[in-house]
Design a protein. Structure first.
Ligand SMILES: NC(=O)c1ccc[n+]([C@@H]2O[C@H](COP(=O)([O-])OP(=O)(O)OC[C@H]3O[C@@H](n4cnc5c(N)ncnc54)[C@H](O)[C@@H]3O)[C@@H](O)[C@H]2O)c1
Length: 351
């Protein structure tokens, strides 16, 4: 059963290769998924998570690496798409983090630069510093160690511009004054986004499974809050998913009460068919691999292109313009917006 699922997932993926290992000392399973090197070496975050099974960890890496290929292409980055995933028990991670990261660094080094890692869920710039001492193939080390640090601010800024573009296209004006926006997940990206939206005059409603994060934003900015189970179905102008993937699906889409969706969470559509479901409901969807591409522009802009802060900000702002083109193409061709964005990204994948 597991072998079949492993083979099926790998065959359906269409990427280049997966490097994997099992660290017998810690029980950790590691997967580096290289989806495409058509534009250059693959790059993408390192995610550490307790999945239900190693095959689920690999599947997450496969899905996320495909999205990275599109994200790199849409940014015109000289990089391909990749993602790495470590599946380990949280208690073991806490006790043996250096050992696990050192094993990952050895796997990374064995690829000789075919893939570059970066922070993702449960990893940060400090971890990139640690890995860099063993393998130089990482982005986003801390500034003290010569890296560009956390991508959070620029990811949030890109999402903010995606929201402005969505407001312009779906609601007729960019001005967010008085617009109701639900931010689902107020961690690093969602929290920074809330601040930008409040400053722009939006009526923000926040939601998170960690109530302390909600309480903090309510007391700092006077925003409203909804329970996590109600976030997606709360009536609003724009829904900004900034928590987990797969929230837009055959079950949730009929219940949505928003005009547009623009958020940073990766892989928001559960299946490709959800793109058409949103179109049929008349809900404008800002494809996540565009709306969340500010983080890529941060790493690539500062570290490869040696851009200034102002240049990175300008590139991130251009994501809004890319989205307006995508929305117009989808409308003209009567397709979903994800399909239109994917077509644009794929046109940039030709060697
Ligand atoms: N950090 C980046 O630069 C970056 C770049 C691209 C995409 N993303 C994606 O954006 C999303 C947010 O990233 P982040 O760095 O802010 O992560 P984070 O872990 O800091 O924040 C996620 C937040 O979502 C909350 N959450 C989880 N499940 C929830 C639920 N069901 N309902 C409400 N809240 C829930 C968590 O408690 C947490 O506060 C993730 O999907 C991530 O993959 C992040």
């Amino acid at each position: 059963m597991t072998v079949d699922r492993y083979a099926e997932s790998l065959c359906a993926w269409g990427g280049e290769f997966v490097a994997s290992c099992h660290d017998a000392d810690t029980g950790a399973f590691m997967f580096i998924c290289v989806h495409s090197t058509a534009r250059g070496p693959a790059a993408g975050g390192l995610r550490i998570k307790a999945y239900d099974a190693p095959v689920s960890a690999m599947e997450d890496g496969l899905r996320l690496s495909s999205a990275m290929t599109l994200k790199m292409a849409i940014c015109d980055a000289p990089l391909g798409g990749g993602k790495s995933v470590i599946f380990v028990d949280p208690a073991v991670l806490e006790a043996q983090r250096p050992k696990i990261l050192a094993r990952f660094a050895a796997l990374l080094e064995s690829l000789h630069g075919t893939y570059y890692g970066a922070p993702d869920m449960n990893t940060g710039p400090d971890d990139m510093d640690f890995i860099y001492e063993r393998s130089r193939y990482v982005f986003c080390r801390t500034a003290e160690r010569g890296g560009s640090g956390s991508t959070t601010h620029h990811t949030a800024l890109g999402t903010f511009h995606a929201i402005l573009a969505s407001a312009e296209f779906a609601l007729g004006r960019r001005d967010l004054t008085g617009r109701s926006i639900v931010v689902q997940g107020v961690g690093g990206v969602g929290g920074a986004l809330v601040e930008m939206l409040v400053r722009a005059g939006a009526r923000v409603i926040v939601s998170d499974v960690v109530s302390a994060r909600v309480d903090d934003l309510v007391s700092r900015f006077g925003v409203a809050a909804v329970a996590p189970e109600d976030a997606v179905t709360t009536a609003c102008d724009i829904l900004a998913p900034c928590a987990t993937g797969g929230i837009l699906n055959a079950r949730s889409i009929p219940e949505l009460r928003c005009a547009a969706i623009a958020g940073a969470a990766n892989n928001q559509l559960e299946t490709p068919e959800d793109d058409a479901r949103l179109r049929d409901r008349g809900i404008l969807y800002a494809p996540d691999f565009v709306a969340s591409a500010g983080g890529v522009l941060h790493g690539v802009g500062f570290e490869l292109w040696k851009w200034s802060e102002a240049q990175v900000d300008q590139a991130v702002e251009r994501l809004g313009g890319i989205l307006l083109d995508v929305f117009a193409a989808a409308k003209a061709d009567k397709t979903g917006t994800r399909e239109a964005a994917e077509r644009l990204a794929r046109s940039k994948l030709v060697r």
